[in-house]
Design a protein around this ligand. Structure first.
Ligand SMILES: [Zn+2]
Length: 114
């Protein structure tokens, strides 16, 4: 299996980030074309991974991209919700009450009696 840069012959290193592909510490991935490169730590040229070594790594990276896209969508939904949050009048008093009650976060204390 190939482990050296095709330009400068430097060792590309080993990574344990992906079980399916352990060559190189920096990868470049084109999901649209299913291409994968290992970036050389010495000359920073991109080494195209031979197709026969690429498929399992591409599948793993596509799964990772799907997971990141789902996390991004969730973060965008939370950001959209937080844009519409309005703090009610008296929130400063509630925060002071919660702090005095020993809560580390205001949502962990009971609200003050009316
Ligand atoms: Zn190199």
């Amino acid at each position: 299996m190939w482990h050296h840069c095709i330009v400068c012959s430097a060792d590309l290193g080993v990574s344990e980030e992906l079980e399916a592909f352990t060559i190189g510490n920096r990868l470049a991935f084109d999901a649209a074309k299913g291409r994968l490169w290992v970036v050389c730590p010495r000359c920073e040229r991109w080494n195209l991974v031979p197709v026969e070594q690429r498929w399992e790594a591409v599948e793993a990276l596509e799964g990772e991209l799907e997971r990141l896209a789902a996390a991004w969508r969730e973060a965008e939904e939370l950001a959209a919700i937080s844009d519409n949050l309005i703090l009610p009048k008296g929130w400063k008093a509630f925060k002071a009450y919660a702090k005095a009650a020993g809560a580390t976060a205001p949502d962990r204390a009971d609200p003050p009696a009316p």
